[in-house]
Design a protein around this ligand. Structure first.
Ligand SMILES: [Fe+2]
Length: 263
């Protein structure tokens, strides 16, 4: 059904080869690497130089974003699905998560691939809007008609985007911690049972992104953010700092997206 960019296993030569065989992806990776976001304007002319200056994980994340965007640009979607908004939310969440992960410093678990967690957290929604259109429309009308949250409406229809996403991440053989985070990202802060560290992180980045984009009732989002500060006190400083810089981060997400879509 969907071919996906292979996982980066730490082999830099392999990574360079994977990107370089696709001229479209190569061009986009170089465009983004040279963007103001990374501050190397015009100095990165080859994939190997990008890997050297940006680091392999970062280059892999960029290539993954480009590849995903290209794959899904040709598929048709449910009428009420807004692909542009979807990518903005996904890239924005990735950039927020990356920013937050840099803020945790050395004391915590390292989280170098945070960008791809945010980027992929809602991938189940993309699949539902393209391969389960009827269910997707039913869910949207439940949200509108009965004021349910997305997860409540999805549970009623019996198709959760967190579970679809988890299935896809497993099928693509992406890392186990990503599979967990995709499954858990809506259960922060209210979820039952212990959530993984990266699941909590992804859930928080998702909420910050939604709040800043004004997608849902902002009062209840604010309440959720407050509950997170209380439930996970270690997030307080990072969360406040991220919220203070959210406009700058949104600008970066819009820039990267514009570049990927060739704008
Ligand atoms: Fe989600």
């Amino acid at each position: 059904m969907i071919e996906i960019f292979p996982e980066y296993e730490g082999d830099i030569d392999e990574l360079e080869k994977t990107i370089s065989v696709d001229p479209g992806i190569t061009a986009q990776v170089l465009r983004i690497a040279n963007s103001a976001y990374f501050g190397f304007s015009g100095r990165i002319s080859t994939v190997s130089k990008a890997i050297l200056l940006l680091g392999p994980k970062e280059v892999w994340n960029i290539a993954l974003g480009v590849a995903l965007q290209q794959q899904f640009s040709k598929i048709s979607f449910s009428p009420s699905f807004n692909l542009e908004q979807f990518w903005l939310h996904s890239f924005f969440t990735g950039i927020i998560e990356d920013y937050m992960a840099r803020g945790i410093g050395d004391a915590s678990e390292p989280f170098h691939d945070a960008m791809s967690f945010g980027l992929l957290h809602d991938i189940g929604r993309l699949i539902m809007a393209s391969y389960y259109m009827d269910e997707y429309e039913q869910i949207q009308s439940l949200i509108k008609r009965e004021g349910l949250s997305a997860i409540e409406a999805e549970s009623r229809v019996g198709l959760l985007h967190t579970e679809v996403g988890k299935w896809l991440v497993r099928k693509w053989q992406l890392p186990k911690d990503l599979e967990k985070a995709v499954a858990e990202h809506h259960f922060v802060p209210s979820g039952s049972g212990p959530l993984s560290f990266k699941g909590v992180f992804t859930g928080i980045a998702n909420l910050v992104s939604k709040t800043a984009l004004g997608r849902e009732d902002s009062d209840s989002l604010e309440e959720e953010l407050e509950a997170i500060r209380n439930q996970y006190p270690w997030t307080k400083k990072i969360l406040n700092n991220t919220i203070d810089n959210v406009d700058m981060l949104l600008g970066k997400a819009e820039d990267v997206l514009k570049m990927i879509s060739g704008g």
